[in-house]
Design a protein around this ligand. Structure first.
Ligand code: FMN
Length: 317
């Protein structure tokens, strides 16, 4: 399975967004996009309820688990546990700038220690059978030259990592919230394109600001794939052409209403009291259509019921 993954389109890891329920919704729209879990720390996998953290639905394949951590042995143990759950790829978070992640010495600040990242990758690639990948930024604070990025990729790839998801903006480690860290530093696609020119043997996937399939067509001339974050949550139906247009496979036959009904069937089957934790992921489904705001309010309301959503769908154009 793992060697067959086509990373033409990936759905970015997003905390509190890309849980298994949202991923199921995406699977109702695109069968081939590569899905990612939210970041899970290696400590949480080892010390917490890993069944709760790692279990997923078989329809979610291909799926990568994103791990955040610093300690090599701990990351290895967590990766072996994740591998045993059947994930298709282990991805290391080397891009998160949040202060809690910095306090743990991982995320974007690990870009400042390429040797350590290389050591993590080396250990994993010797012990884990599924592919290991990195998600990183193009720089950190003032270390934002192309040669800094080049040296990082060179060191880490020489430790047998061949797959890099590169968020095309640098990380600012202080004075800016994680939210603003996805907005304020400028996107620089040319940096990522140059990486692919300089490392043609590596799989380089561009992330940041990809919000349409037209966008995709330009970018894919330069790199191996795109990773889509916020747009996939805000307007998931945008992925409806991915299978037919990008993966050349039979496309989606369902309308937005059909997808909503399919997801509601899934929601109804879950034994969960707070259904709104599942229905909230539908909030972008009506994006750009009549009554989008009404729908969003309805599905994010804690008291929302499946019946109310079915009634909305029945009346919708
Ligand atoms: C709510 C939210 C949570 C995020 N959580 C993670 C995460 O857990 N791991 C990670 O590597 N990136 C995380 N990111 C960053 C995204 O993966 C992505 O790199 C970023 O949003 C840029 O892509 P976009 O412009 O397509 O949204 C998060 C982004 C958002 C909006």
């Amino acid at each position: 399975m793992s060697s067959l993954i086509k990373r033409l389109v990936s759905i970015a890891p997003m905390m509190e967004h890309t849980d298994k329920h949202f991923r199921y919704l995406i699977r109702c729209i695109s069968k081939h996009s590569l899905l990612f879990t939210e970041m899970i720390t290696s400590a949480a996998i080892i010390n917490g309820d890993h069944k709760k953290l790692l279990s997923f639905n078989v329809v979610e394949h291909p799926i990568a688990v994103q791990i955040g951590g610093r300690d090599i042995e701990e990351i290895l143990s967590a990766s072996l546990i994740a591998e045993s759950y059947g994930y298709d790829e282990i991805n290391l978070n080397i891009g998160c700038p949040s202060s809690s992640v910095q306090n743990g010495g991982f995320g974007a600040c690990l870009m400042l220690d390429k040797k350590h990242v290389g050591d993590i990758v080396h250990t994993l690639s010797n012990n884990v059978k599924i592919p290991i990948s990195i998600k990183c930024r193009i720089g950190v604070d003032d270390l934002d030259t192309y040669s800094f990025l080049y040296d990082f990729i060179k060191e880490v790839s020489s430790s047998r990592c061949n797959i890099f998801y590169v968020h095309a903006r640098k990380a600012l480690l202080s004075g800016v919230s994680p939210r603003d860290n996805r907005r304020i530093p400028k996107l620089d696609y040319d940096r990522v394109y140059k990486l692919k020119q300089d490392f043609p043997h590596l799989e380089i996937i561009l992330n940041g600001g990809v919000n349409s399939l037209e966008n995709y067509s330009d970018i894919i001339n330069h790199v191996d794939g795109v990773m889509i974050g916020r747009t996939a949550y805000k307007n998931p139906y945008i992925l409806s052409d991915v299978d037919s247009h990008i993966y050349n496979s039979p496309g989606l036959v369902d309308s937005i209403k059909g997808i909503a009904c399919q997801y509601l069937d899934y929601v109804s089957q879950q034994r969960i009291t707070k259904l709104f934790h599942l229905t909230k992921h539908m909030q972008g489904l009506w994006y750009g259509r009549q009554n989008a705001a009404v729908f969003r309010r309805l599905v994010t309301e804690p008291s929302c019921t499946v019946k109310q959503i079915q009634e909305f769908i029945a009346k919708a154009n």
